[in-house]
Write a protein that binds this ligand. Sequence first.
Ligand code: FE2
Length: 277
Amino acid sequence: MLTETQRVEFETRGYAVLPGFKPAAEIAALRERALALVDDFDPAKGAGIFSTTDLAPSAERWFLESGDKVRCFFEEEAFDAEGALAVPKRLAINKIGHALHALDPVFARFSLGADIAALAQALGLERPRVRQSMFIFKQPAIGGEVRWHQDATYLMAEPHPVLGLWFALEDARIDNGCLWVQPGGHRGPLRERFVREGDRVRLERLDDTPWPGPGDAVSLEVDAGTVVAFHGLLPHYSAPNRSAVSRHAYTLHLADGRSVWSPLNWLRRPHDGVPGG
Ligand code: FE2
């Protein structure tokens, strides 16, 4: 599953890259299913982002309610000045989240297999539990930037931080918005926490350590089928996609069953998808 070198690299650098982790057939099935979910998605029934008067609260609600659902989210640049979709729906969606692994059979098959259980255990999670899943489209031309962050900001668990698994479903290159990481950055502090209070969320600064500069970032150009495993404290980002090709990826976040899930997390329902179970 994981060579000793890869395991040591994960510990020292905070991430490991495993090419060819998922076969082409599984990737094709996932992408096909994601597009079917987009086709079925009727923006008029939700999202609320067409409203011009309560944009922020309705978008926040759409997000906060999605922890135990399968919901589509739009790219910020998918709309024209009048608020109408400027591109076809299949090219307008930023991501689908956040309980694909729990609610959709195709995604459950991909997410809860023995391969992922073995990988998570090799990376130190004694009792791996999938808490969150996202299909990320990173659309051609309008795929949005994801600024520097640590995933533990959004999914806090103690004492074992969450493990992120990032599956490349298409070749990821600098041009189409691949991941950038700061090797070893997982040894730094948690800089922010995303706190939920009732139906509102806010980002709190915890530590003034600056985000890495351009010289500290390493690009992860990987082929479809690769999984990148990363530590919850590893700073990473991805640039906007201004190229003509998408950069589909699928992410899972796993917690260790031994950890305590923070009551401050936005994601309230645990969704214990148990890989290999
Ligand atoms: Fe992330």
